[in-house]
Design a protein around this ligand. Structure first.
Ligand SMILES: [Zn+2]
Ligand SMILES: [Zn+2]
Length: 360
């Protein structure tokens, strides 16, 4: 099969292979997936740049949807032909943490080889290795959705949508009348905006450095757009002024430690500071003590604190009822050879998402 291999850290070390194979035969609780769509997320860029300290060589890609084309003998979560969104949680499904309802906190997931090229074993990013024509995953990681959801849009549910919407629904728990600031209106930020809007937020102030993002931000439910047009621009003062002294929830979606620190004084007493974006995993965040002191909550958020088997279906159902935008998040589609172009778009910060179609 065709697939991408990241030989080492750096964009120049990613190449297309036509000779990938699965790393092992299907186990009883595994399913084989034909990957129909895989989004290119900021985390793919971070992974390729080595900011997540993943072992190489690996097959990148982690935000995907596809069709179940083979099921193991003990699989009960999905059946042949199901359309599924893939989850990045390689969780076990039966430890106390999983049974307690926090699959993202399971300590038994680990990383594994998903593919091989000849004798060379290849790690799978997020236990998926989604930038390939097929992958084999545990049934926990394949969540069925209705066939009516286009797979190129559904792919985004697995990461970008869940990371943004889950931060609002599962972690911040934005309530009716709450005020929000969203720093960064990219593929994840737009989902923070629409989830906050759906939750009944009375004000959603969006801060971004790209003027062309204003239209999409407003379309997704933003009430105010603040353009950061210079290095010296004071976005904290701008949010404080627009919100009358600070918001209930400030979401940092870019993955910048400096912007995360800025979110503390943007919130009012008792507010939530939500660390949605992921910087280099070894980065240090510093902030003035007093900025957090007034009963504020600094929330670490991994992948929207999601419960994939519940939340993915919820998002798909909201989409089918016309209450949640997915199609609008897809800026363009490309083949597996379109990864570099997608990275360039991400770096320019101009578009929501490129979705790769590994099977054309
Ligand atoms: Zn577990
Ligand atoms: Zn992602």
């Amino acid at each position: 099969m065709h697939g991408l291999i990241q030989e080492d850290n750096g964009e120049e070390h990613v190449r297309l292979s036509t000779e990938l194979e699965h790393a092992a035969a299907l186990e009883p609780r595994q399913v084989r997936i034909q990957i129909m769509a895989a989004g290119v997320c900021g985390s793919d860029l971070s992974c390729v740049h080595g900011k997540y300290y993943m072992p190489t060589p690996l097959v990148p890609g982690h935000e995907a949807a596809g069709v179940v084309i083979e099921v193991g003998s003990a699989v009960t979560y999905c059946t042949l032909g199901d359309h599924v969104v893939l989850s990045t949680f390689g969780n076990c499904g039966h430890c106390p943490v999983c049974e307690g309802g926090s699959p993202g906190n399971c300590g038994f997931g680990g990383l594994r080889y998903t593919h091989v090229e000849g004798e060379q074993q290849l790690w799978g990013f997020a236990n998926l290795g989604a930038f390939a024509q097929e992958t084999i995953v545990h049934e926990n990681q394949a969540v069925p959705i209705p066939n009516e959801v286009p797979l190129s849009s559904a792919a985004l549910i697995g990461c970008g949508v869940m990371t943004g919407a889950g931060a609002v629904f599962n972690r911040a728990r934005v309530g009716v009348g709450d005020t929000c600031a969203v720093i960064g209106a990219g593929g994840v930020g737009l989902n923070v905006i629409q989830a906050a809007s759906l939750s009944g937020a009375s004000q959603i102030v969006v801060v971004d450095r790209v003027a062309s993002k204003e239209r999409m931000a407003l379309e997704f439910g933003a009430t105010d757009f603040v353009l950061v047009d210079s290095e010296s621009f004071d976005s904290v003062a701008a949010v404080q002024e627009l919100s009358g002294g600070g918001v209930d929830h400030a979401f940092e979606v870019v993955g910048s430690t400096e912007l995360l620190a800025n979110c503390l004084p943007m919130t009012k007493a008792g507010g939530n500071i939500c660390a949605v974006g992921v910087p280099d995993l070894t980065a240090t965040v510093t902030y003035p003590f007093q900025a957090l002191h007034q009963n504020k909550n600094l929330l670490g958020i991994r992948a929207g604190g999601g419960k994939p088997r519940r939340d993915f279906r919820l998002i798909a159902d909201l989409y089918l009822k016309g209450r949640f935008k997915l199609d609008e998040l897809v800026s363009q589609t490309a083949g597996l050879d379109g990864l570099q172009g997608a990275f360039d778009s991400l770096k320019a910060g101009a578009e929501a998402r490129t979705v790769l179609l590994p099977n054309g």
